[in-house]
Design a protein around this ligand. Structure first.
Ligand SMILES: Cc1cc2nc3c(=O)[nH]c(=O)nc-3n(C[C@H](O)[C@H](O)[C@H](O)COP(=O)(O)O)c2cc1C
Length: 180
């Protein structure tokens, strides 16, 4: 079993990420959630703490920090990084090394030999958009395992490809990446 950082972007699919965090923890993994600031506007990080029993983070700045550097500490702690759901915005920051929040900064600090998985989740037209496809291609080149979005009815009302895969499938993908 592994130490996993679960980074979540501001996608409507974040409701599934809580279940994912819970299922990863039930499978015996230690799971620390990192939400982007926008993601934390959709879901309270405390929910992730409740299902994982580990601290969840959004920001590494502020008076409570007392000199700690979460982006380094979390990147050293993680044996695997799973970005789910990966919004178009978070994908762009990861693809371009734009380290302007905790999730995108810790991805840069993650040692090269650690598996990094990413599960895009967005409206089908957004997923098809050339900038998003370009950014996903860059991430694959950089060694990211980009998990295939599911096809079906999306929360925005459109049908097509762009749904976050079911949590059980993501747990299985993590197990494969860890060769468990
Ligand atoms: C309710 C709601 C749901 C959203 N769902 C998605 C989504 O599924 N995928 C996506 O890429 N953007 C989605 N967005 C837009 C992103 O939240 C927006 O681009 C945001 O800036 C991304 O923040 P992040 O890069 O920190 O994830 C949604 C916005 C709202 C308000």
């Amino acid at each position: 079993m592994a130490k996993i950082v679960l980074a979540a972007g501001a996608s409507v699919a974040i409701y599934k990420a809580c279940d994912l965090a819970s299922k990863l923890a039930q499978a015996g993994h230690s799971v620390r959630a990192v939400l982007t600031p926008r993601a934390a506007q959709l879901v309270n990080p405390q929910l992730f703490e409740a299902v994982t029993g580990e601290p969840a983070s959004v920001d590494e700045f502020g008076p409570a920090r007392r000199g700690a550097m979460d982006h380094i500490e979390l990147a050293k702690w993680a044996e695997l990084l799973l970005v789910a759901p990966a919004s178009a915005g978070l994908i762009a920051r990861l693809a371009h090394g734009q380290a302007d929040d905790l999730a995108s900064t810790l991805a840069l600090a993650l040692p090269a030999n650690r598996p990094r998985l990413l599960a895009p989740a967005m409206n089908p037209t957004m997923l098809d958009a050339r900038p998003v496809q370009r950014n996903l291609a860059l991430l694959r080149e950089d060694g990211w395992l980009v998990l295939e979005p599911a096809v079906g009815h999306t929360a925005c009302g459109d049908d097509g490809k762009g749904r976050l895969p079911e949590p059980a499938e993501l747990v299985a993908a993590v197990a494969r990446a860890l060769r468990l």
